[in-house]
Design a protein around this ligand. Structure first.
Ligand code: F6P
Length: 342
């Protein structure tokens, strides 16, 4: 068969692992693999390339995606054009690694395109899979940053507020804070009381601790506030760009207690770092599973991670409400058990 492969939506470390594993396994099974560049744009603007083993060799170690991607996953009003372009490519099936937006965009063609999905979101909040690749790498970036920032925070007896990605789900902040035993972590799912946080920090200081690190997800907000919007990008799927909470909190802490505070925004470093071995295992498993699914013509299904293994499940499962950090999630309990403010 002639199989197209594309990556859609925001990049996540591990996309290249999916491309390398799926391409190598599909080629070994005797199929042809057509790489589609820049998500749906490659279909609309004929940006494709037949992939050989050489094209993908070693890609798994790099963040980003060798195919390129695009946040423009809307096909509304352009359905006929999309189908026409797709048919001209003479593909028997399409493998798409993407998030909610990518698969919503492909919903319109579920009768016309033999689709195999791979779940992707750095935020780890996509329904239908217990974990998404890239998430472990993002947590490791946060954890290593917190570990490193301890030195300067201790040197100056400063509070440093570290802002992570996570618009509505706090998984990256939580995972990164746990892995680094940060002092406090603030999540979008758990609106916080600024005064309580301040009191916690003052007590830490009074107990003799020099540096204090607070991790905050970009979408976290106080009980009486809302997530801070940094700017708005007209026409983008997620038009409101969150950001600014770390700076805001650092100022608040500065103004309300002795000593100095600083902030840092980790931003796209969380997406642009070489995948961890955990993410590499995951993408190897997902990519090779995709090839098996193509062989079995399991159209309309995705390679998801559930209960410790990668297995096929309906793509429709992604359309369930996103996975958020529940009130009494075991990770919250673990934080509380070691005294992390959460
Ligand atoms: O949804 C994934 C995500 O990485 C968010 O955590 C972040 O707010 C957003 O995408 C950043 O998007 P962009 O790369 O378009 O700035």
């Amino acid at each position: 068969m002639r199989i197209g492969i594309l990556t859609g939506g925001g990049d996540a470390p591990g996309l290249n692992g999916i491309i390398e594993a799926a391409t190598k396994s599909l080629l070994r099974l005797g199929h042809e693999v057509i790489g589609i560049h820049d998500g749906f744009e490659g279909i609309f603007y004929d940006r494709t390339k037949s992939l050989s083993v050489c094209d993908v060799e070693g890609a798994h170690g790099e963040a980003g995606t060798l195919l390129g991607t695009s946040n423009r996953c809307g096909t509304e009003g352009r359905e006929q054009e999309f189908i026409k372009k797709y048919q001209e490519l003479k593909l028997d099936a399409l493998v798409a690694a993407g998030g909610d937006g990518t698969f919503q965009g492909l919903q319109a063609f579920k009768e016309d395109i033999n689709l195999i999905g791979v779940p992707k979101t750095i935020d780890n909040d996509l329904a239908g899979t217990d974990i998404t690749f890239g998430y472990d790498t993002a947590c490791s970036v946060v954890a290593h940053s917190v570990d490193s920032l301890r030195a300067t925070a201790n040197a100056h007896r400063r509070v440093i507020v570290v802002e992570t990605m996570g618009r509505t789900a706090g998984w990256i902040a939580l995972g990164g804070a746990m892995a680094s035993y940060a002092d406090a972590v603030l999540l979008p799912e758990r609106p916080f009381k600024k005064e309580k946080l301040l009191q916690f920090i003052k007590e830490k200081r009074a107990s003799g601790q020099r540096g204090i690190i607070v991790v905050v997800a970009e979408g976290a907000h106080s009980e009486d506030g809302e997530a801070l919007v940094r700017d708005t990008v007209d026409g983008a799927p997620q038009a409101e760009r969150f950001g600014g909470i770390a700076e805001h909190l650092a100022k608040y802490i500065d103004q309300n207690m002795e000593g100095e505070s600083r902030h840092i925004v980790l931003g796209h470093l969380q997406r642009s770092t070489s995948p961890t071995t955990t993410d590499r295992f995951l993408t190897l498993a997902m990519g090779t599973t995709v090839a098996k699914m193509v062989e079995q013509k399991m159209w309309g299904h995705a390679a998801v991670y559930r209960d410790g293994v990668v297995k096929p499940a309906p793509i429709a499962d992604f359309f369930n409400p996103p996975k958020l950090v529940e009130e009494d999630h075991r990770w919250i309990q673990m934080c509380q058990a070691v005294g992390i403010f959460v």
